[in-house]
Design a protein around this ligand. Structure first.
Ligand code: ATP
Ligand code: MG
Length: 718
């Protein structure tokens, strides 16, 4: 029988390197594999499982491999069957599903019943998490919460549970909305108000499982006995409560393999605890820590760029990613005219790709995906979406626009009119509307409301204008209809006041309208438009659950973690999107955004394309600062700085700052520097001989040679 590694090399053409082999062979005891993207962490983990089964004859059921999400569980299962086709697939599960099993057992021992209040299944009919939080928000702050506030409150609660902050301290915690701590506390109290019965969200599964394992020795023993080997991938995104669950489970044998890359930690906002890895040896004193820095995935260009890029983060475990892979293609950075040109460019390129499985379009926000879905669907290009944004199609703005259109088919439909008249910026109050609804009227709804309600002249005038507007709608193309609704029927103005009143982001709402216009653009009739929306919604569902064979992947940066593609397009790389305004808030969030950008770039094997655009819908757009950083890093190493021949300033007259920068590579666009006279500023432009620096209100252009030879600038670390 040949050696395991030799066999795998022949079968798979993957020859593990020495560190990878060591990680496979070292099956007993705790092991932390801290490694760069594409260094073979997941590969090594799968090999280790195969080794345990094939060489150490471990029963596959006694191995527990924990993954971050259901999607990565699927990815691992697929890789395992590729590596070990003759073996039964082992159970790769998420920490949540493992915790659910433990929590269920624990609750059963005390006879406690429960209902789940998020996700599908049991309990969906009774109380729902979002509904409950909305009610509590209203009770505490005496106003309705917006979808954004609801989402951030929910994330906040998730984060404090994952960080294991004791309930007694919740009330005092500062959160994303006023009195968030108090709301969290109330939420928790509400869920356990019925004796013997609990309402549980997903995070409670973790908390209860951990509590069960800690307090119920019999339960802990039962679960410890189930598994002899545990492995966790992407552990930089594991939260404290999740780490604790694992600690309880390996308490006897310590056979734990933890695989992580702190540079890819992108979920601290919801409670991930990458610092735990730095403490790993404290928790497991006899742990082995192995580093892997060789990247097998990406071309030389991509590895060199991304390795330099991530070093701009201050808070990280030092690593030097490198590769033996060949140079392939340059990194492409394209600033298109606007988002439509960006879309055209990407789709045009996709049409020339024969193997779409090897291509991904990555974006920061799911809202970017709808136009791509529309265009790909229209052109018959198959696509796969990991976390499909089907919420777009049920958004209230989409419903409003359809109602505005429906009314044009029959302007006597009072039922439709009453749904939208408050969104026409005519300032009809709710009581007026009720009066109108309760009064029997016939004929055109605009005439009817003018006759029924006592309105101001300006209101009457508007409604009469709208009636005229409605006369021409039936003959218009749907794109024009949407423009008319937005501008001539007062919808956009009404949205603006709604946004101010309820705290919605107006830009986001306009973005939805722009997307609808984009979808409508090639269509001739409103019926076609309504059908197209239905069709797209179905296409998105299908792309999620039954993806076509040869399909391009559409994914957020977050969900692309762990995956790889020959060619990657990163789109919408704009200021305000990545990093977002909130990300710019402090160094920690900015560094997390930089890691997210890094995760995106390190998905590419051969061709990485970074796309942005100059303006959109008439508004100028600025490139992401990360894109500028990349531009700076891609500049050829500067030859200046050694022998400054043309510098006229006498060296002796200026004391040379020992901390001053003398390496041209450090002066990249986006870098914050300090000048002894002008103070702190940001590099905004760099060309062959000059750099432009924005010092407060003042922009200075400095000669590069002089700056470097006299070390006039110091790097400022934020
Ligand atoms: P990420 O941090 O993105 O999750 P990773 O460290 O888990 O990356 P893998 O996905 O395991 O990396 O591996 C990246 C690529 O490198 C895969 O295509 C894998 O097949 C290949 N690879 C890993 N190790 C080797 C090796 N020793 N020889 C050849 N190819 C390898
Ligand atoms: Mg991986």
């Amino acid at each position: 029988m040949t050696d395991f590694f030799e066999r795998k090399k022949q079968q798979l053409n993957i020859a593990l390197n020495n560190v990878q082999k060591q990680a496979v062979l070292q099956t007993e005891g705790p092991l932390l594999l801290l490694a760069c993207p594409g260094s073979g962490k997941t590969t090594t983990m799968i090999m280790r499982i195969g080794y345990l089964i094939e060489e150490k004859h471990v029963d596959p059921r006694r191995i527990k491999a924990i993954t971050f999400s259901r999607a990565s569980a699927r990815d691992m299962t697929e890789r395992f069957s590729r590596f070990f086709p003759e073996r039964e697939p082992i159970d790769f599960s998420t920490i949540h599903s493992l915790a659910f099993t433990i929590a269920r057992s624990y609750l059963a021992t005390s006879g406690t019943t429960f209902d789940l209040i998020e996700g599908g299944g049991k309990g969906r009919q009774s109380v729902n998490k979002a509904f409950l939080l909305k009610g509590i928000y209203k009770e505490v702050l005496k106003e309705d919460c917006t979808d954004d506030e609801l989402a951030s409150l929910s994330t906040f609660i998730s984060s404090i549970k994952n960080s294991m902050i004791p309930l007694e301290q919740w009330e005092e915690l500062k959160g994303p909305v006023d009195k968030a701590g108090r709301m969290a506390r109330k939420y928790e109290q509400y869920k356990s108000r019925t004796p013997g019965h609990l309402l549980l969200d997903f995070d409670d599964m973790l908390t209860i499982a951990e509590q069960g394992l800690r307090q119920d020795e019999q339960l802990a023993e039962r679960f410890r006995k189930l598994y002899d080997y545990l492995l966790t991938d992407e552990s930089q995104d594991t939260s404290l409560v999740q780490h604790k669950i694992v600690e309880h489970l390996v308490a006897h044998h310590g056979n734990l393999c933890v695989v992580a890359d702190d540079d890819q930690s992108i979920y601290t906002w919801r409670g991930a605890e990458p610092d735990y890895l730095l403490e790993f040896k404290k928790v497991y004193p006899d742990a082995q820590v192995l580093m892997m820095e060789r990247n097998y995935r990406s071309s030389k260009e991509i590895v060199e760029l991304t390795s330099k890029f991530i070093k701009r983060n201050q808070k990280r475990y030092p690593k030097d990613m490198h590769t033996e892979n060949k140079a392939k293609e340059p990194i492409y950075i394209r600033q298109l005219d606007d988002s439509k040109r960006q879309l055209e460019y990407v789709t045009y390129e996709l049409l020339g790709e024969s193997n779409l499985n090897e291509v991904a379009i990555l974006f920061r926000n799911n809202s970017s995906s709808t136009m791509y879905v529309n265009e790909l669907h229209r052109r018959g290009i198959p696509f796969y979406m990991k976390d499909a944004d089907d919420k777009f199609f049920s958004h209230w703005i989409v419903e409003d626009i359809l109602n505005f259109m429906r009314l044009s088919f029959n302007t006597e439909r009072k039922d439709i009119f009453t749904k939208i008249v408050m969104k026409m910026n005519v300032f009809i109050s709710r009581s007026m509307l009720t009066t109108f609804e309760n009064t029997a009227t016939t004929g055109n709804v605009f005439d009817a409301i003018i006759q029924t309600i006592d309105l101001k002249d300006s209101q009457v005038k508007k409604l009469k204008d709208y009636k005229k507007g409605y006369d021409v709608i039936p003959d218009m193309r749907p794109e024009r209809v949407i423009q008319l609704i937005r501008n001539d029927l007062g919808y956009e103005a009404a949205l603006k006041s709604r946004a101010e009143k309820f705290g919605y982001r107006f830009d986001h709402l306009l973005g939805i309208l722009d997307t609808l216009e984009g979808i409508a653009s090639p269509l001739r009739t409103m019926v076609e438009f309504a059908n197209q929306l239905k069709e797209l919604e179905q296409a998105v569902q299908q792309a999620k659950f039954q993806p076509a064979e040869n399909a391009v992947t559409l994914s957020t940066f977050h969900s692309a973690k762990g995956l790889e593609f020959r060619r990657v397009f990163m789109i919408d790389l704009l200021k305000g999107i990545i990093p977002s305004e909130e990300d710019e808030g402090d160094t920690a969030t900015l560094e997390e955004a930089r890691r997210l950008f890094y995760v995106g770039m390190t998905r590419a094997k051969e061709r990485l394309e970074l796309l942005s655009y100059r303006q959109d819908e008439g508004k100028p757009k600025e490139d992401s600062r990360f894109l500028n950083e990349v531009r700076g890093l891609l500049l050829k190493p500067s030859k200046v700085g050694n022998e400054p021949k043309s510098v006229k300033v006498s060296k002796a007259s200026i004391p040379v700052n020992p901390n001053g920068i003398d390496d041209g590579n450090e002066l990249v666009v986006g870098a914050i520097v300090k000048h002894r006279v002008f103070g702190q500023g940001e590099i905004t432009v760099r060309d062959g001989t000059e750099i432009h620096i924005q010092f407060g209100e003042m922009e200075k252009r400095l000669d590069l040679e002089t700056v470097l030879s006299l070390r006039l600038l110091e790097m400022v670390t934020l």
